[in-house]
Write a protein that binds this ligand. Structure first.
Ligand code: PLP
Length: 427
């Protein structure tokens, strides 16, 4: 697999290199130079999830990794299901929260961990990541207690749910957490700055686990195929997928799935009130506002990292821009969505409700709608219980994490201070 830096097309790298460095020169993200169609989609869809995913990743990554190696990595990483649940007549929900940290980020986090363990070959690696809520836990669990790996996680203090936070700040050992007095965009800016800092890079062997890392995106391509495999065959022609979007990594994976042959007709990348992209598509002006706190906090992003990838795919006609929608959903509509889904007998947390609303906003007659459930409702216990006026049961992993003390250290959104603290901790 050959990838190009979208900010600096002179820089071309292999998959291995892109995984190892994370971000390219000039803070550019990497994107495959070409995406070829898969041969026989029908046959592929008939395979079991892990086996099919091995073939998809093999197709994407190419002969850089042996087939058996990829299959083994996939088997270990994707050891939980992604069921499609029918909620209304033509609306299905793809449940991506059955992994160890109850959000879709487990797919990317676990596959990335497999890749980095393979490529680092015993050399020391430090994973630095900013989390808007769920990446932190997924990455922390995927690398917990791995030899020669340290994980440093920055999160916006007080802006993520208690369950989200406790799933990673209680682990300790090789997982180091900082609560930053600022927004997720501030955390993301610090991570990007660290990547430009040669002292940090050479001392720590830095790698980024943000959705910048291409291994996470490729892993996510697989569950869109899994969704289709569970749609009744006569309903696969006119499929509309709505992805709740913050950093736009997940929807980018959906576009890659379509580009290699999955017959996705329409895509909605639905945001919360942090609507930089919907406004950009309407006006042509990139004009991020200050980040607003929302019920769907994992999408409180006003400078989405993956937008250059999405835009390059639209410009390169890898996905038809007439069938790409991005709308924003207000806080009150989010609550209404949660209540409406609940009236159909299903419990959804705020991110999932936004995807559901996005499906309705851009709906056409006769289509099959799939909205993504990106997190387990119990991860957003406070808001779900207050909006739906009902008690939720706590899954055991969450109850256990909630009972443990938070080990994070509070810091200002100040690069120099944070760098010092990281050096103090990791030497
Ligand atoms: C991260 C996250 C999102 C947004 O995904 P992006 O790839 O950043 O667009 C949506 N929902 C949940 C629950 C998340 O954790």
């Amino acid at each position: 697999m050959n990838l190009v830096n979208l900010m600096d097309p002179q820089q071309q790298v292999s998959f291995t290199e892109a995984v190892k460095v994370g971000l390219g020169r000039n803070q550019g993200v990497f994107f495959p130079t070409e995406l070829q169609k898969l041969a026989d989609i029908e046959t592929l869809l008939a395979l079991p999830f892990a086996q099919r995913s091995g073939k998809i990743l093999q197709h994407l990554i190419g002969d850089e990794l042996p087939e058996d190696t990829i299959n083994e990595m996939v088997k270990r990483a994707f050891n939980f299901p992604a069921p499609l649940v029918q909620v209304e007549e033509n609306k299905y929900c793809l449940e991506l929260f059955h992994g160890p940290t109850l959000a879709f980020k487990d797919f990317g986090g676990r596959f990335m961990s497999e890749c980095i363990s393979l490529f680092s070959q015993g050399e020391r690696v430090t994973i630095l990541t900013a989390t808007s809520g769920d990446t932190g836990a997924a990455v922390a669990h995927a690398f917990y207690e791995k030899d020669n790996v340290d994980v440093v996680i920055l999160y916006p203090k007080g802006k993520i749910s208690l369950a989200q936070q406790k799933l990673f700040t209680t682990l300790g050992k090789n997982i180091h957490c900082f609560a930053v007095e600022g927004s997720f965009d501030d955390c993301q800016a610090i991570v990007k700055q660290a990547f430009l800092d040669d002292e940090v890079k050479s001392k720590l062997g830095l790698n980024s686990a943000n959705s910048i890392n291409i291994s996470r995106l490729l892993a996510q391509v697989c569950y869109y195929f899994e969704a289709f495999s569970q749609v009744p065959e006569h309903k696969r022609e006119n499929v509309h997928i709505s992805v709740p979007s913050g950093n736009f990594g997940n929807v980018c994976a959906a576009m890659i799935a379509a580009a290699i042959g999955l017959p996705v007709k329409k895509l909605s990348a639905t945001t919360n009130q942090n609507d930089t992209v919907p406004r950009y598509l309407a006006s042509g002006k990139w004009d991020p506002n200050a980040t607003l706190e929302s019920l769907s906090n994992a999408m409180d992003v006003s400078k989405p990292n993956n937008w250059p990838r999405v835009e390059s795919m639209l410009k390169g006609e890898l996905f038809d821009k007439d069938y790409f929608y991005s709308c924003s959903v207000s806080e009150s509509k989010t609550r209404e969505g949660m209540q409406q889904i609940n009236a159909s007998g299903y419990v959804a947390e705020p991110h999932t409700a936004i995807a559901y609303e996005g499906l309705k906003l851009n709906n056409t007659m006769g289509e099959t709608g799939i909205f993504l459930a990106t997190a387990h409702p119990a991860k957003f216990k406070e808001s779900v219980e207050s909006v739906l006026q009902q008690q939720l049961e706590m899954p055991k992993v969450l109850a256990d994490a909630l009972a443990k003390p938070c080990l994070a250290e509070t810091v200002n959104a100040d690069y120099t201070q944070l760098k010092q603290r990281i050096f103090d901790k990791l030497g």
